[in-house]
Design a protein around this ligand. Structure first.
Ligand code: GTP
Ligand code: MG
Length: 198
């Protein structure tokens, strides 16, 4: 298993041309606002104060880089699907994040976070489809597992994977996680470690 020895905040950016040099492998966390991206980054690194979290959706607004073990980056992204933002700021989000995802050459894998409490949501399925269409590697991370029974979360995971099978021959790997009790965190770190060492 991989041990996180150091996790350091590097930068917050609103422009793709200002990001840290693309010399180290990088893993981005994305998903709906409030799904738990920042909380999971904190759980993975064992530092509750690393990424800023909030009960109110829309907390993370920039591309945040965290350097892990001096060897790779975890990237916290703003969420999508936040109902309260205006059409124009949504369009801005789209341009900026999609540019990042399409252009970042050291991006090894995108972790798409999905709230395990819900039935498959169109916006998450569409986002996965867009990643697939653009050949951006991704894995699925179901969050907040501590909030529901294992039976329920398994059923939601199954439905989500089945929905993806309409488009993909193979559904990417998935993890069931909780930032509250660290469920799935070591497995997720092991997956990153495996990509790093290959
Ligand atoms: P934005 O930055 O706004 O897009 O949100 P985010 O996806 O980064 O979510 P964030 O980590 O800020 O968490 C949102 C809320 O969900 C906070 O109140 C967290 O405490 C809560 N939360 C996140 N992960 C978990 C989890 O695994 N279990 C429980 N019970 N609550 C969680
Ligand atoms: Mg956040």
């Amino acid at each position: 298993i991989m041990i996180v020895k150091t996790a350091i905040f590097v930068s917050s950016n609103n422009r793709v041309d200002k990001l840290p040099a693309a010399r180290l492998p990088e893993y981005a966390f994305i998903g709906r606002s409030n799904v738990g991206k920042s909380s999971l980054i904190n759980a993975l690194t064992g530092n509750r104060n690393l990424a800023k979290t909030s009960q109110t959706p829309g907390k993370t607004q920039l591309i945040n880089h965290f350097l892990i073990n001096d060897a790779w980056y975890l990237v916290d992204l703003p969420g999508y699907g936040f109902a309260k933002v205006s059409k124009s700021s949504r369009a801005t989000w789209e341009k900026f994040i999609r540019r990042y995802l399409l252009l970042r050459e050291n991006l090894q894998c995108v972790f798409v976070l999905i709230d395990s409490r819900h039935e498959p949501q169109r916006i998450d399925l569409d986002f996965c489809y867009w990643l697939g269409e653009n050949r951006i590697p991704f894995m699925l991370v179901f969050t907040k597992a501590d909030k529901l029974s294992a039976l329920k979360s398994q059923s939601h995971i199954e439905k989500f994977r089945n929905a993806l099978l309409q488009w993909f021959e193979e559904v990417p790997a998935h993890f069931l996680t909780s930032a509250e009790n660290r469920l799935g965190c070591d497995e997720l770190l092991a997956a990153i470690d495996e990509i790093n060492t290959n």
